[in-house]
Design a protein around this ligand. Structure first.
Ligand code: SF4
Length: 387
């Protein structure tokens, strides 16, 4: 069954490294207008695409926890009036440690949220401040404890590495604290210096001292070793989970399953077509107010492209993909894969071919070698955070 993604574009403050479609506002009337827009889009999507039942629901952003309690209830009412999901569906809510209290946690639980994704990023206050985050270490620890009391089935914590001036000693301490919390799932991201962000301007001005490539590789090895020693399975690139706690929503992306995305910047992939309705909050609201549901990008994926996309997405999984079953794609890349195997960046585990540990450290380069067209490149770039 497909996944449902809803992009909530609000954040209390825009972080200087962030390129997501967000708007830094807590204005109540804007939240109400946005919910009306989501309602209109959901009703349109239900009639247009015929998708009504979902296996996973993911409320992401932005920061969904920026919505007030009544607004969150209203959001779920809207979604349930157009769509349904079974009682055992995975329902994830992304939250910012700086803005969740017991009342919100209680409401999430009542609404059927069973998986929380907590944007911890780091336990070092000076790094959190540099990243422009509104929370501090104390809030992470307190919110995590509070969430445990509400017995959510699964909690993910995000850890960001390769921060400006970050040392291996600091990362080691972050990993110790993370393992001390013992969430069921951990997502580890590199800080990316994206185009158009304040961090990009600082970087260009030589004012962002990122760890060297050598230190970065040591950081990745440290993450891998410490998390695996603590009982986490590195089931996919950047993703570590305890048994039975893999993210079903992300697995659907990596198996190239269908999904419906609602909200600004969200992508959908339905019946072989990948599309996006609006790039950002302002254009989304303008379009939906005018009842303009036209898409701004649409990729019709043919059979070879579909195989290529599916193969590349599955390479993100630890077990890789069975190349011989990709009959239309395999002839295009067989020699390139042979070269990557020769370089010890990939290995056979018949009938699967997968990235080695050495290969995982340069995964983006491997994807670039195996891409057939810009469409698969786009899929890879957006994977895991397909908004
Ligand atoms: S990093 Fe997260 S909290 Fe910060 S602006 Fe982006 S979406 Fe909002």
């Amino acid at each position: 069954m497909p996944g449902l993604y809803v992009h909530i574009p609000f954040c209390q403050k825009h972080c200087p490294y962030c390129h997501f479609a967000t708007t830094a506002t807590g204005n109540e009337s804007e939240h109400q207008s946005f919910l009306r827009a989501i309602k209109a889009e959901a009703e349109f999507a239900k009639n247009q695409y015929g998708l009504e039942t979902f296996d996973t629901v993911y409320i992401g952003g932005g920061t969904p926890s920026a919505l007030r309690v009544d607004e969150t209830k209203e959001l779920f009412k809207i979604l349930r009036s157009s769509f349904s999901w079974p009682a055992d569906a995975e329902v994830t809510m992304e939250i910012n440690p700086g803005e969740v209290d017991a009342q919100k946690a209680q409401v999430y639980k009542e609404l059927g949220v069973n998986r929380i994704s907590l944007g911890a990023q780091t336990f070092h206050d000076h790094h959190l401040e540099r990243l422009g985050r509104i929370h501090r270490r104390k809030a992470i620890v307190e919110v995590f404890r509070m969430l445990r009391e509400y017995q959510f089935k699964s909690i993910n914590m995000d850890l960001m590495i390769r921060l400006p001036d970050e040392t291996l000693v600091e990362l080691n301490s972050d990993l110790e604290k993370l393992c001390g919390c013992s969430p069921e799932h951990i997502s580890v991201y590199d800080l990316a210096v994206d185009q158009g962000t304040a961090f990009e301007r600082l970087h260009k001005a030589g004012k962002l001292n990122l760890p060297s490539e050598e230190t970065h590789l040591e950081m990745e090895a440290m993450v891998q070793n410490i998390l695996c020693q603590n009982g986490y399975n590195d089931y996919a690139l950047s993703c570590f989970s305890k048994p039975e706690h893999e993210s079903k929503h992300n697995l659907n992306y990596w198996y190239n399953g269908e999904y419906l995305g609602l909200g600004p910047s969200a992508y959908s992939y339905i019946k072989g077509v990948r599309f996006q309705r609006a790039l950002d909050y302002v254009s989304y609201m303008t379009k939906i107010r005018k009842k303009d549901f036209d898409v701004i990008h649409e990729d019709v994926i043919d059979d070879v492209e579909k195989e290529a996309e599916t193969f590349l997405l599955r390479l993100r999984l630890k077990n890789g993909a069975p190349l011989s079953r990709f009959k239309k794609y395999a002839p295009h890349v067989q020699s390139r894969i042979d070269e990557l195997v020769e370089m010890e960046l990939m290995e056979w585990y018949y009938p699967y071919v997968r990235m080695t540990m050495k290969g995982r450290a340069v995964a983006e380069e491997i994807f670039a070698r195996l891409v057939l067209s810009s469409k698969e490149a786009r899929t890879q770039n957006s994977c895991g955070i397909i908004p």
